[in-house]
Design a protein. Structure first.
Length: 372
């Protein structure tokens, strides 16, 4: 919690009003020495004087005390990445206790609570058991629910609603997901064309172009995520699955997503490989596991969101608008390990575990883990 700065606030407001310590002391019925001690932080005023002091300076009591319960964006990110790193080197329960301390300390700092919820969602699988993982996910869900209910920030409330639904989905509580989101999402177009047109009318063509780049980027990410998810719902139709894969790969190739956003392509290749494994096509399975491994061990580190020669106006937006800026939500060592686990602990690849090509891919991924 930030330091209470009552003394400096009194000095600032006393000078602003052009009054002396004697005059302030006379108004409050205290000695000049008392006011001097307040301003040098040697003592604090009696609690009964705080409303009178605040009223005299025409400020709130919180403003009077210099009390700022909110952390700024960079302080929040610092906590997040500190804990994300700790998850890679300390016991899960030890780090979780650190998280609880911060959550308790900043009980009403909703952006901080939101980040702590994201932190739990990205690390619950390290809890050690299925039961404990579910408990941690439920804790994250409760955080998002409280933020959604209590925050005055509509954007934060909407994002918390979506993440609460995501937690419920992982917890296999689909009825509650539908209760939160509704059976169908409302039809609405993107806001970027309207914003860009407004900037164009103001003659700010650069900002209009930037807004449209942001909109395109968001839609590219959204379409790839939807296509990747849709692949899982073509169990009985191999041609439909193959068509979705082709469209996903063509779209990804058009926007160079292997380099623009490997965080989309890695799970994308994995989903395609899993789909072919379910259809007993082991050649296709290994083909896309090879693509997955090549990308995982390629020149994609440090893993951060960024633009490219087409999306060249995104950097400020990525830094300012995303909860974690351009950074990925888990420590790199945890990410590299999870890349290997995606093969070694995936039941879809059970039939090819003894295949020499599969084993070589696992060996390469394990070597990739060591390259910190």
């Amino acid at each position: 919690m930030k330091e209470i700065r009552l003394g400096s606030v009194i000095i600032k407001n006393r000078h602003k009003r052009g009054i002396t310590q004697d005059e302030l002391a006379a108004y409050l019925g205290v000695s000049k020495a008392a006011v001097s001690k307040w301003e040098t932080a040697m003592t604090y005023p009696d609690i009964t004087l705080l409303p009178r002091l605040a009223a005299y300076f025409d400020i709130s009591i919180d403003e009077l005390m210099g009390y700022e319960p909110q952390l700024d964006k960079m302080e929040i990110r610092k906590y997040y990445f500190q804990f994300a790193e700790e998850f890679s080197i300390l016991s899960f329960e030890e780090v979780l206790e650190h998280c609880h301390e911060i959550i308790k300390k900043y009980h009403s700092c909703y952006p901080l609570l939101f980040h702590m919820g994201i932190l739990l969602v990205n690390h619950f699988m390290l809890a050690g058991s299925h039961e404990r993982s579910e408990q941690v996910l439920e804790e994250a869900r409760e955080l998002f629910n409280r933020i959604k209910t209590e925050t005055d920030d509509p954007k934060l409330g909407k994002e918390s609603l979506q993440l609460e639904a995501y937690c419920l989905l992982i917890l296999k509580r689909p009825e509650e997901v539908l209760g939160l989101l509704g059976e169908y999402m409302p039809m609405s177009g993107p806001e970027e064309p309207i914003l860009a047109s407004a900037y164009q009318l103001l003659g700010n063509y650069s900002e209009a172009k930037k807004i449209l780049q942001i909109g395109l980027y968001k839609e590219v990410v959204s379409i790839c995520n939807i296509l990747s998810s849709y692949m899982n719902f073509c169990e009985d139709d191999q041609e439909e699955f193959a068509q979705i894969c082709r469209r996903f790969l063509a779209f990804a190739d058009t926007f160079h997503l292997d380099t623009l956003h490997p965080g989309i392509m890695l799970p994308g290749y994995l989903v395609i490989a899993q789909g072919w494994a379910k259809r007993k096509n082991m050649e296709k399975t290994l083909e896309f596991l090879e693509k997955y491994t090549e990308l995982a061990e390629g020149e994609i580190y440090p893993l951060e969101l960024h633009g490219d020669s087409f999306f060249y106006m995104l950097d400020d937006w990525l830094e300012d608008s995303l909860p974690l800026g351009p950074h990925f939500p888990r420590d790199i060592s945890v990410i590299r390990h999870s890349m290997t686990q995606a093969l070694t602990e995936n039941q879809n690849f059970q039939e090819i575990r003894e295949d020499l090509r599969f084993q070589k891919l696992v060996t390469r991924l394990k070597k990739n883990e060591e390259e910190q």
